[in-house]
Write a protein that binds this ligand. Structure first.
Ligand SMILES: [Zn+2]
Length: 474
C-alpha cells in the first residue's frame, strides 16, 4: 500500500518531514528540524519510523532550517542517498547547515559547562563537520526539470515564491493499481501580491506558480497564516518611524532576523531609507557570520528577484562596501557592540531568538526602555521571540530571567508566507480540485481556520495532517 506519513510540521510549524512510501521507494519531502517548544524539539532525537538507511531520496523544497535542518542528522542515522534541491537552495544550505551544526555544538558545550542538561555529557544533534560532509550529496535540479528517481517515481520543482530558490515539489507516481497519482507538496508558499509597497520583504517577481493543468490527487499544503491577514500598507514609513523615534531617545534598535535573505533584503531597505533621508545615518551592525556569508549568494542569484530588488542591487552594489554598515565576523567584534552606547541598528540572528548572537544583544539591551526590539518575521510559540513579542515581563536567557523594558514592535509585512486571502487566491489557480488536501505547517488554530475557509470557498475535501499519521495514496 502506498502512503504518505507526516513525520513533522503536523500540529506545529516546524520539523517539515513527509515520507512517501510506494512499496519499492521511500522518499522524504523535506527533512526539517523541530524548533520552539521542548516537546517538539525533543523529537529531533527520535529516529525515522523506517530506518534511515532504507530511505532512497530526499526532495528539498527550500533552505529554511525547519525544512532542511535535520538532513545532517539523517545522514548520521545511516542515510546514504542524495538530496535533490534547486541550485540556489543548495548554495543557501551551504551556509545554513554548517552554521546550524556550529550552534548545536555551542549549545552542547554551554550545557556541559553549566551542567544544565539532564544528559551527561550533552551532545550536539550534529556537528559543523557532519553538516559540511552531507552537502557533498546534494544534487542540483533546476525548476521545471522532471527528474526520475525510479521508473515509477518522478518529480519537478515549480516556483513557490517564498524565498530564494524555493520550490513546490510536484510528484508523479505510477502505481501498480492503475492511473498515475500526482502529489503536490507546497513547501512554504510565498506572497501573491506583486507590489513592492505591500510586500517589501518579497524578493521574487511573481506569486507562487499557478497550478494549471495539474490534476493533483493529493495536495499537501502549508497553513502558517491560515488564520491571518497581513496588513496592506507600505511598511517602510512605519519602519522609518520606529527607527527615528528610538534614535531620538538615544536608544538602539535590535532586529532579530533570519540570516539568509531576510537580513540582506532588510539591509537594502535600510540603505534606501537612509539615502532618501527617511532615517538618520546611524551605524548598522549586521552581527551574524551566516548573514555575511549569504550576501554573495543573495547577489549571485538575481534570476528570481523582482525588478525593484534588481534595481536596488544595481544601484547600491554589495552591502559589504557601504560606509556606516558594519559586518561583525568574530566573537570579539560582536562583544564590542555590547559596550557601544550610541544609537545604532543591530540586525542579528536567529530570527526567533532560539539561539545565535542576537541572544547576547538582547541580554544587554532588553532591560533599557530607550531601546526597541523589532520583530519582522514569524515567531513560533515556545520560542523566546514569541515570549518577548507577546508582552511578557521577562524572558529566560542563558539560565537567567532578563527583564523586558525595551519597546517591542512588530512589522508583519515582511512575511514571506502568503496570508489566508492569498492562499485562497492561489488555490483558485487550480483547474481541478485535488482529491484531498492535507494541511501541514500550521499551529492547530491556523490549520483548522484554513480548513474551514477552503471548505467554504472551494468546496474541497480538506484534512488536517496529524503527527505520524499515515494516509493512503493508492
Ligand atoms: Zn520557509
Amino acid at each position: 500500500m502506498a502512503y504518505i506519513q507526516f513525520l513533522g510540521a503536523a500540529g506545529t510549524v516546524t520539523g517539515s518531514k513527509h515520507l512517501i512510501n510506494t512499496g519499492d521507494l521511500q522518499v522524504l519531502v523535506d527533512c526539517g528540524m523541530f524548533q520552539g517548544k521542548k516537546e517538539w524539539r525533543e523529537r529531533n532525537w527520535q529516529d525515522t519510523p523506517i530506518p534511515a538507511k532504507d530511505i532512497d531520496a530526499v526532495v528539498l523544497t527550500h533552505a529554511h532550517l525547519d525544512h532542511c535542518g535535520w538532513i545532517p542528522r539523517l545522514y548520521k542515522a545511516g542515510y546514504t542517498g542524495k538530496v535533490y534541491a534547486t541550485p540556489a537552495t543548495i548554495d543557501l544550505c551551504g551556509v545554513v547547515l554548517p552554521d546550524s551544526g556550529h550552534l548545536q555544538e555551542e549549545d552542547a558545550e554551554f550545557h556541559n559547562k553549566q551542567k544544565s542538561s539532564k544528559h551527561d555529557p550533552a551532545l550536539p544533534l550534529y556537528t559543523l563537520e557532519d553538516a559540511q560532509d552531507c552537502l557533498k550529496n546534494f544534487v542540483p535540479v533546476a525548476f521545471h526539470t522532471p527528474t526520475q528517481l525510479s521508473p515509477k517515481f518522478s518529480f519537478q520543482f515549480v516556483h513557490a515564491a517564498h524565498i530564494l530558490g524555493s520550490g513546490m515539489a510536484e510528484i508523479t507516481i505510477q502505481l501498480d493499481s492503475g492511473a498515475p497519482r500526482k502529489l503536490l507538496f507546497s513547501g512554504d508558499i510565498g506572497r501573491m501580491r506583486d507590489s513592492e509597497a505591500t510586500t517589501p520583504g518579497k524578493v521574487v517577481r511573481t506569486g507562487p506558480e499557478a497550478v494549471a493543468d495539474q490534476a493533483s490527487s493529493v495536495l499537501v499544503m502549508e497553513s502558517t497564516y491560515g488564520n491571518r491577514q497581513h496588513p496592506k500598507e507600505d511598511a517602510r514609513p512605519e519602519l522609518a518611524k520606529i527607527i527615528s523615534d528610538t534614535v531620538k531617545r538615544g536608544g538602539t534598535v535590535v532586529i532579530p532576523a533570519f540570516a539568509v535573505e531576510r537580513t540582506q533584503k532588510l539591509l537594502f531597505i535600510l540603505k534606501q531609507l537612509m539615502e532618501d533621508g527617511q532615517i538618520p545615518h546611524v551605524p548598522v551592525h549586521t552581527d551574524s557570520p551566516m548573514a555575511i556569508k549569504a550576501i554573495d549568494i543573495f547577489l549571485k542569484h538575481t534570476e528570481e528577484y523582482s525588478p525593484e530588488t534588481k534595481e536596488l542591487i544595481a544601484k547600491y552594489g554589495s552591502p559589504l562596501k557601504w560606509p556606516g554598515f558594519y559586518f561583525d565576523q568574530t566573537q570579539d567584534d560582536s562583544k564590542k557592540i555590547n559596550s557601544m552606547k550610541y544609537p545604532m541598528i543591530i540586525v542579528s540572528s536567529s530570527g526567533m531568538v532560539t539561539g545565535g548572537r542576537v541572544m547576547h544583544h538582547l541580554m544587554h539591551r532588553l532591560s533599557d526602555p530607550k531601546n526597541t526590539v523589532l520583530f519582522i518575521g514569524f515567531q513560533a510559540p515556545g520560542t523566546r521571540g514569541f515570549t518577548i513579542k507577546s508582552g511578557a515581563h521577562s524572558v529566560r536567557m542563558f539560565n537567567q530571567d532578563v527583564q523586558i523594558r525595551a519597546q517591542i514592535a512588530t512589522i508583519e509585512q515582511f512575511s514571506d508566507h502568503a496570508d489566508t486571502p492569498e492562499l485562497l487566491e492561489w488555490l483558485h489557480t487550480f483547474q481541478k480540485a485535488p482529491g484531498v488536501t492535507y494541511l501541514v505547517h500550521g499551529e492547530p488554530s491556523a490549520a483548522s481556520l484554513l480548513k474551514a475557509a477552503i471548505e467554504k470557498e472551494m468546496k474541497w475535501h480538506v484534512e488536517i495532517a496529524q503527527w505520524m499519521e499515515k494516509v493512503d495514496i493508492a
